[in-house]
Design a protein around this ligand. Sequence first.
Ligand SMILES: *Cc1c(COP(=O)(O)O)cnc(C)c1O
Length: 374
Amino acid sequence: MLPYGRQSVSEADIEAVTAVLRGDWLTTGPAVTAFEDAISKLAGGHRAVSCTSGTAALHMAYAALGVGPGDEVVTTPMTFVATASSAAILGAKVVFADVDADTALLDPAAVDALVTERTKVIAAVDYAGQAAEYAALQPIADRVGAKTLADAAHSVGGTADGRPVGDLADVTTLSFFPTKNLTTGEGGAVVCKDPAIGQRAHEFHFIGLVRDPDRFELADEGPWHQEVHEYGVNYRLTDLGAALGLSQLRRLAEFKQRRTEITARYNAAFAGVDGLRTPVQRPGVDPMWHLYPVRVLGGRRREVFERMRAAGIGVQVNYIPVYWHPVFARQGYRRGLCPNAEQFYAEELSLPLYPDLTDSDVDRVIDTLVTLVG
Ligand SMILES: *Cc1c(COP(=O)(O)O)cnc(C)c1O
């Protein structure tokens, strides 16, 4: 079975990880610091805190922004559940705004209609790898005193209006799961424009430990002392993961180029095919295509999914609208809430897309799909 996504691991990656195993620091060591510095550099120069997953990154981001009971988080239903559930787990109310019917990105007009003085965060998702419309979302957030969050699990390495992902929203979260644009095994990061929020994200993922003597409330304990002011968790990335990530970052431009080439090959092949619609790219964005979300028209998506899988092609569907998950549906979120997202879900099919996919693999996917819908 051709997978829909997979990691690309080189001999240099393997050497980077084994070097850590031979060294002194398996965690909290120099590879973590170097990886965070490299992510920061890639993402606009802001503080980057690495962690154990994209879900952990979202939890840290919402916690660092002070999200809690009584707050509302406005977000998109066209995402992996963690974008919403990580805010709900902190006690916030999740408000779903619909997406643009073409791009499946959070629609600023829909957000504008739903924000209130209780809105704490507007969380957009860079679906499939193209940055959401932060230039329109930021003024809405500023107006109600909220912050913007970019769930950039798909888009690290991309840009919008010449600015890198990481520099587009107040806080940005990344995922380094193996199918994503670079991997640390499991892993993620939070990028924060405000250093104070970055420090809160760091402390939350580090058990809440405060190590700066200037901030101690217990001033005279001794040189060993560290203290906790707010509860935290342990979401630390290991040096093994960080070394892998650092090595992978060296090939990120190469990964991006290959993802772009495959996307162009799919686009050209499907352009004139009845029954298919190619992804819509919005102006000003240089995407890091993580998914290739073709739309299968005429109510045939499920049939086409099953026949592609039967032909050994590991297609995927991204995503079921988040509020259809029973945990949200049980709270009263009803079907029909976001019609564009539901229509997109009904038609979406993710085709294999990853750097090591060969041209002949791509052609096999194309031939199989075109024959099926023809
Ligand atoms: C993968 C993903 C996440 C979660 O990342 P993990 O590393 O799998 O926890 C969050 N949001 C989106 C949009 C994702 O694709």
